[in-house]
Design a protein around this ligand. Structure first.
Ligand SMILES: C[S@@+](CC[C@H](N)C(=O)[O-])C[C@H]1O[C@@H](n2cnc3c(N)ncnc32)[C@H](O)[C@@H]1O
Length: 441
């Protein structure tokens, strides 16, 4: 055992210690704490906090040290928000923004996830159990009660595990590539109360499937549709290409604000339903769209931002790579009686380059790319099309920062940046940046 006093911790709540001339990371600590580290293990680990920070809390997550998904579980929510704010303001300092970047909090940092994905294994006592991959590894930590998931999803998972054990359904074994069940994936409609359950199986074979479905329906868990997704590939990507509807319509509806959305298993949908409304309201308030504007919603998913934007605009064009999401987006426009939207299945960069070649007139771009951010060609095409405003919604502040430099090189300036804490208890945060074309602010 070794004591470390007044430890230094950055944004990620880890501290680096030196032991036997080697450096190690100790997780789940807070700046300024005194800690006792167990150095008898292969890798030194936190044994005890000798002088806890005033920001340390114990909110009862028993998986925190083993699972590693929630880096801020031991930090009070107020302090987590302060740390996020400090980190973001530091990151964007080189842009010399006029205003401090603020962060919109969630009403509660717990039970906000509408999406749960768990991976299966056989327990030592021969029970079918599931959990989350341990950080940087393929070890599955059994998790019965995740504090970020909706309580109902935790309850469904417990019941499904009993049903799978009773029906002797073998979990998939990554080493031998044998067994049936790989993952369970749940989508919970916070506002609609509709629940989608997807079994990801190792191929089409699912012996005992009918009995499993009968038992699930009998258990009355509120599940409105069950889907089997086939994934026999040697991959850590959860969903395979093919699927079969086993019960119900094969999708759920969810209501956000005044709108209703159809969600299929493979379509992207924000994981935090409460945060999603706050995020879209913020993005639209920044966009300043008027009734004469033609708006592009790039990386549009199932068309959620397009649909929120439609009532303010003359026309909205949504573009998205995933064809299933575009099918849902078209249905979503229809069920919400919106006629001024067109959805296009294409790569956003291809599409924007095509618009630039045709010198199409556009007024506002809203873009919400995946973590890797956008491309130089996409942003160069915007530089050519010269929309007066661009609202960039990002789930990775670092790729946003990289892309902002390309916007600046294309004649844009940053008006403001604001955050929404879409992922409390984790180090992730959603950022919204408003850019304007310099000559015409
Ligand atoms: C962060 S999600 C945003 C979706 C939507 N705006 C929302 O809020 O639900 C990013 C979306 O970009 C899509 N996507 C990824 N790469 C793309 C590309 N090269 N071109 C178009 N869409 C892409 C993904 O399928 C996903 O739906």
């Amino acid at each position: 055992m070794k004591e470390y006093k007044n430890i230094k911790v950055g944004y990620i709540p880890d501290c680096e210690i030196e032991y036997n001339k080697k450096k190690y990371l100790i997780h789940d600590v807070i700046d300024g704490e005194d800690i006792l580290v167990d150095t008898d293990k292969n890798y030194p680990v936190l044994n005890k906090v000798l002088k806890p920070s005033k920001y340390r809390i114990n909110d009862g997550c028993i998986y925190q040290h083993s699972c590693g998904a929630c880096q801020f579980m031991h930090v009070s929510y107020e302090h987590e928000l302060e740390l996020k704010k400090e980190y973001i303001n530091d990151l964007f300092k080189p842009f010399h923004l006029k205003k401090i970047i603020n962060i919109n909090p969630m009403p509660s940092p717990y039970n906000y996830r509408n999406k749960s994905i768990m991976t299966y294994k056989m327990s030592k006592s021969k029970k079918v159990v599931c959990g989350l991959y341990q950080e940087y590894s393929h070890n599955i930590v059994t998790v019965d009660n995740c504090m970020l998931q909706k309580e109902e999803s935790n309850n469904i998972i417990k019941n499904i595990n009993q049903i799978l054990t009773k029906n002797k359904i073998m979990p998939y074994d990554e080493r031998t590539r044998s067994g049936i069940i790989r993952h369970i994936y749940i989508r919970y409609g916070f506002n609609s109360n509709e629940i989608m359950l997807v079994f990801v199986t190792n191929g089409e074979m699912f012996p005992g499937r009918n009995n499993v479905i009968k038992d699930i329906i009998k258990a009355n868990l509120g599940i409105t549709t069950i889907i089997q997704n086939y994934n026999s590939r040697d991959t850590s990507i959860v969903l395979g290409d093919k699927e079969k509807v086993l019960y119900g319509p094969g999708f759920i509806y969810e209501k956000v604000g005044d709108y209703k959305f159809k969600i299929s298993p493979k379509s992207f949908f924000q994981v935090n339903t409460i945060g999603m409304k706050i995020l879209y309201d913020l993005a639209l308030s920044k966009s300043g769209i008027t009734k004469n504007d033609i708006v592009i919603d790039a990386y549009c998913g199932v068309g959620t931002i397009s649909i929120f934007a439609a009532k303010y605009a003359k026309q909205v064009i949504g573009v998205e790579l995933n064809k299933d999401a575009i099918k849902d987006a078209n249905i979503n426009a229809k069920i919400n009686n919106i006629n001024n939207i067109q959805f296009i299945a294409d790569d956003s960069t291809n599409f924007m380059t095509h618009l630039a070649k045709n010198r199409t007139k556009i007024d506002v771009v809203i873009m919400d790319p995946p973590r890797e951010g956008s491309t130089k060609q996409f942003i160069n095409a915007i530089g050519y099309l010269k929309p007066k405003r661009v609202v960039y919604v990002s789930c990775d502040p670092k790729t946003l920062k990289r892309d902002l430099y390309t916007f600046i090189n294309n004649g844009y300036d940053i008006d403001s940046i604001e955050c929404v804490d879409m992922f409390p208890k984790t180090t992730h945060v959603e950022v919204v940046a408003l850019l304007y074309l310099k000559d015409i602010k």
